[in-house]
Design a protein around this ligand. Structure first.
Ligand code: N01
Length: 534
């Protein structure tokens, strides 16, 4: 097959990839995208599991480059479900004529930096070779599923589904005995959705979660009119807040000036909002000061306990050995109440881990749970997983996956020293999923990368790469901010603690979306200082 010469290749056709393609085409580059899925959507293609739903409100979980797009679109709920977001992304791809430059069902098999030509040579699963100046990864922060392998799994006579690779066709669960492994945000959405549909539901819980009640509601024409009217001001606002949402977090230290009663009022107000405001919108000390975290933890424990009828079940569902917010907070809509149903059973697999499958079901502590279907909601190799699988080799054959197997580093999550002209939207050490409304962060990074490429072209330069010193500076700053919080004290996908052998580092930057943006803007304003331009 002939080698295809392009200015740029984008990997991924989800929220970031579609926007990156749009921006680079507007810049006049010859550019293509590849995506492993049979359609666009990224996360919103793959995670078609029952109950999948966004946890950012639709008025901020959107593109900010076209008011017309919103004027023509109508959301049906404050927190729309996966099929609707997928349709939105299909609509974007159609409206902006993006499909013609996207190769679907295509994965990157390897990418090698050619020092002589100062270009990337990218091979795909279809046997194609691309020769490109810029390689842009838009593969998402949570896109490489963690697939468990239990003893006896291959002999199980029922069906097994992974939430992050869910079949597109509808599955009929009626009359079935279903087991769900995993109780993070995904497992919670599956459980609350399947509980009324199935014969019996067994929830295999290792770590309980501080899930917050979602306040979802239908969006009518009047709400849409408001959202459209707010578009311009919201677009500006979200880029300067702590979490990339519309609300600001009070200055550091503010919570310490309040009485416990006043702090509780703030928590009540945020709880009533029924959104991630309860997570990254209360006050910063929740995630940093142990006593303040304890207070919020007790507050949420009470809220959860009040929803569960059986106190012994509540004892297991209410987290007791880590503080509120130290795992990513999920939003729920009937999750805890599902355990009040006669057909829903909680199986504690913390003390007695799952031993494995039998042909009929799952075995835990010498007991067999007969099941027709098992759902793996077991999470992701976050931040680095998808990039590591691409076999990327930079200068001197340096392997990105080998580097990150030792030490997860990057410069603002945008580039990695040793990998010229590789740009990583939602790469590790940027705000991204952990602490950000994703659409805000993704678009900000795409804009910065587009400006970087534009700068190179305008100055007749060809490559950009962060210096070793700049990278070290960012990693140090990132770690300092992370270490000023409690987030490294508990194992989770946040810090690589959910994957055996993965080096520990907070994967998302917790200094705030606005602060991060200021860093990026300053670099751009100073001719990409700290980045070697050649
Ligand atoms: O993954 P998770 P997720 N045996 O890692 C358990 C985003 N998201 O897919 O914690 C038994 O949180 C594991 O147990 P433990 C959101 O950012 C957003 O649910 O390792 N259990 C845990 O309970 C979220 O934070 C939305 O002890 C095993 C679960 O599997 C992120 O995605 C919706 C196990 C994994 O939980 C990840 O959420 C959904 C084993 N061998 C997700 N292995 C929106 O609303 C793993 N587990 C937009």
């Amino acid at each position: 097959m002939a080698v295809r010469q392009l200015d740029a290749l984008i990997v991924g056709a989800g929220i970031a990839g579609l926007y990156q393609l749009h921006r680079l085409r507007k810049l006049g580059l010859s550019v293509k995208s590849v995506d492993a899925a049979p359609d666009v959507g990224g996360t919103w293609y793959w995670n078609a599991y029952p109950g999948a739903r966004v946890d950012s409100p639709a008025n901020v979980y959107q593109y900010w480059f076209s008011q017309e797009l919103l004027d023509e679109w109508k959301w049906s709920e404050r927190f729309p479900a996966q099929p609707e977001i997928r349709r939105y992304l299909q609509h974007v791809a159609t409206k902006f004529d993006l499909y013609r430059d996207i190769e679907l069902n295509t994965e990157v098999a390897s990418a090698d930096w050619q020092e002589d030509e100062q270009r990337w040579r990218v091979r795909t699963s279809k046997g194609e070779t691309f020769d490109v100046q810029f390689l842009l990864s838009c593969v998402g922060m949570l896109s490489s599923p963690k697939v468990p392998s239990f003893p006896g799994q291959e002999d199980f006579q029922g069906e097994i589904y992974q939430t992050a690779r869910w079949p597109q066709e509808e599955i009929d669960f009626s009359g079935k005995r279903v087991g769900v492994i995993g109780t993070g945000a995904t497992g919670i959405q599956v459980v609350q959705t399947l509980a009324p549909q199935v014969e019996e539901l067994f929830v295999f819980q290792r770590t309980p979660q501080y899930a917050v009640r979602m306040n979802n509601y239908p969006v009518d024409d009047a709400v849409m009119k408001d959202w459209r009217a707010q578009y311009a001001s919201l677009k500006n606002q979200v880029h300067h807040t702590f979490g990339g949402f519309e609300w600001h977090v009070p200055e550091q230290g503010w919570a310490l000036t309040l009485t416990p009663e006043q702090r509780r009022d703030v928590l009540e107000e945020c709880w009533a909002d029924g959104s991630l405001k309860m997570f990254v919108g209360t006050y910063l000390e929740v995630l940093a000061v142990p006593e303040i975290n304890d207070e919020a933890t007790e507050f949420v424990r009470e809220k959860i306990r009040a929803q569960i009828h059986d106190p012994t079940v509540a004892d297991k569902l209410v987290p007791s050995d880590y503080g509120y917010g130290l795992h990513r907070v999920p939003l729920e809509n009937g999750y805890f109440e599902a355990f009040n149903r006669d057909n829903v059973h909680l199986v504690d697999v913390k003390t007695d881990p799952i031993e494995g499958f039998s042909p009929q079901g799952l075995r835990v502590a010498d007991r067999e749970y007969p099941l027709d279907v098992v759902v793996f909601a077991t999470g992701f190799d976050a931040g680095t997983g998808s990039l590591s699988r691409m076999n990327i080799r930079g200068r001197d054959g340096k392997s990105l996956s080998e580097l990150w197997a030792q030490d997860i580093r990057s410069t603002l999550g945008l580039q990695v020293h040793g990998f010229p002209n590789l740009f990583t939207v939602a790469g590790p050490l940027a705000p991204a999923t952990g602490f950000c409304n994703m659409t805000t962060c993704l678009q900000q990074q795409v804009d910065w990368i587009t400006d970087a490429i534009s700068y190179l072209r305008a100055h007749d330069k060809h490559t950009m790469e962060p210096t070793e010193e700049r990278e070290e500076e960012w990693v140090r700053h990132h770690d300092e901010v992370a270490d000023s919080t409690l987030l490294m004290s508990v194992d989770s996908w946040y810090n690589g603690g959910n994957i055996d052998g993965k080096p520990r580092r907070l994967l998302s930057y917790i200094g705030g979306v606005g602060t991060y943006r200021d860093f990026c803007d300053e670099i751009r304003a100073n001719d990409f200082a700290g980045f070697k331009v050649a």
